[in-house]
Each structure stands twice: as structure tokens, then as C-alpha cells.
Ligand binder design. Structure first.
Ligand SMILES: N[C@@H](CCC(=O)N[C@@H](CS)C(=O)NCC(=O)O)C(=O)O
Length: 217
């Protein structure tokens, strides 16, 4: 059984949750809370010295870093559920490339927005220039991924790891727009990316993985 250490709203943890469901891997959710001090405990530092989620612990085998966890799940549960990566070697390479692109560029831009809009409660302290730069970088990534989507498919053919990397980043950016309406992310989501988001949301396990605290507000 996999103990899945998770934080509601974390795009990296959400990626792993989608992957666990897609693979139908046996897991138990271990929600953490910032306000309860869960990230500061020695027990959590022993699991991940960087004190970040997600972390999985499968019978004593502990792994952090969401991209590595997703690869582990694919290797650990080869015949279970649906594949996270395409079988074709070149398609597989492209899926991995997109994951690197999402982590390297889209996630970095998203984190720039999070640092201001979500982590600084007092909006008068927001660094507007930093937000504008991160927002423009993120919107540039939306345009790039818009070009990657072919027809009515997922990013790399069937639903899998590339989709589970990008989707939570876009969802979190859209969520931040609620706090800063002139962020103008929704209007920058192109028609193909918008339709792709609806396809991810139609996956049978999607609703189960939706950040619980987003459902309440
Ligand atoms: N590269 C890491 C990023 C993980 C990460 O930044 N997690 C955030 C939540 S979105 C976290 O746990 N932050 C805790 C903190 O900064 O104290 C991954 O892909 O797993």
C-alpha cells in the first residue's frame, strides 16, 4: 500500500493523485496542513528533507519529486490500470519532453504568480511587475501547448503523464484569477487547450482528485 502525502491544491501532488488513479495503484491519502505545522515536523523532514509534497511511502520505500513518482508508478505497476506513457519509443520521448517543458517553463511561471498572489495575503504588498512577468511567461506557455494539441487527443495520444503534469498548473493559474481578476488567464486559454481541459475533466476519476478545499469555496 502506498502512503501518499498530499496537500490540497498542490499541482505537483495533484499530478501524482491523477497518476495513482490512472494506474489503479493501491494508495492511502495522507493529507498535510500548513497551518497545522505538518511540514515542520521532524517526521516529515525524515520523509523529504526538502519538506515538500508530494511524497510517497510504499512499504518503507520513500520517494519525492512528482515527476520521479509518476515514472516509478509506471514501472512499479506495469500491467495495472492504464499506461502513463505511450508504448511507442518516439511518442514516449515526446511525452517526456512535454513533461520537462511543463516543469521547466510553465511551472516556473506559475510559481512566480503563486509567490505573490497566494503567499502574500495582503494584496497591497504584491509585486505587480513580478506578477506581470510570470503571467506573460505563463500565457506564452499556454500558446505553445495550444500548438502541441492535435485533433481531439490528449497531449501525447492517450491520457497520461504529460496531461497530468500540465493540467493542474493551468487549473491553479485559473484559480488565482479569482483572487486577481485582471490576471486574464481564462481568456488566454486557446480553443484546443480548453477542449483538452474538458477531456481531462471527463476522465472517470477526475472529480475524486479535485482539490478538496476548492470544492468548498
Ligand atoms: N519539484 C517538486 C515541487 C514540489 C513542491 O514545490 N511542493 C510544494 C506544494 S505545491 C510544497 O510542498 N511546498 C512546501 C513548502 O514550500 O514549504 C515536485 O515536483 O514534487
Amino acid at each position: 500500500m502506498i502512503a501518499f502525502h498530499y496537500l490540497s491544491g498542490s499541482p505537483y501532488a495533484w499530478r501524482v493523485w491523477l497518476a495513482l488513479e490512472h494506474k489503479r495503484a493501491p494508495y492511502e491519502l495522507k493529507p498535510l496542513s500548513f497551518s497545522a505545522g505538518d511540514f515542520a515536523t521532524p517526521a516529515f523532514a525524515a520523509l523529504n528533507p526538502r519538506r515538500r509534497v508530494p511524497v510517497i511511502d510504499e512499504d518503507g520505500f520513500v520517494l519525492y519529486e512528482s515527476a520521479a513518482i509518476v515514472e516509478y508508478l509506471e514501472d512499479r505497476y506495469p500491467g495495472s490500470g492504464e499506461a502513463l506513457f505511450p508504448a511507442d519509443v518516439r511518442q514516449r520521448a515526446i511525452a517526456r519532453r512535454m513533461i520537462r517543458e511543463a516543469d521547466e517553463y510553465a511551472a516556473r511561471a506559475m510559481e512566480g504568480m503563486v509567490a505573490e498572489i497566494l503567499f502574500k495575503e495582503d494584496a497591497s504588498r504584491w509585486d505587480q511587475a513580478a506578477i506581470a512577468k510570470s503571467r506573460d511567461d505563463f500565457v506564452g506557455e499556454l500558446a505553445t501547448f495550444e500548438r502541441y494539441i492535435a485533433g481531439d487527443e490528449f497531449l501525447a495520444g492517450a491520457a497520461g503523464a504529460a496531461d497530468f503534469t500540465l493540467y493542474p498548473l493551468v487549473a491553479l493559474a485559473l484559480r488565482m484569477e479569482r483572487r486577481k481578476p485582471d490576471l486574464a488567464i481564462a481568456s488566454a486559454v486557446g480553443p484546443k487547450l480548453g477542449a483538452w481541459m474538458r477531456r481531462v475533466e471527463a476522465l472517470p476519476y477526475f472529480a475524486k482528485t479535485y482539490p478538496p478545499h476548492w470544492n468548498q469555496t
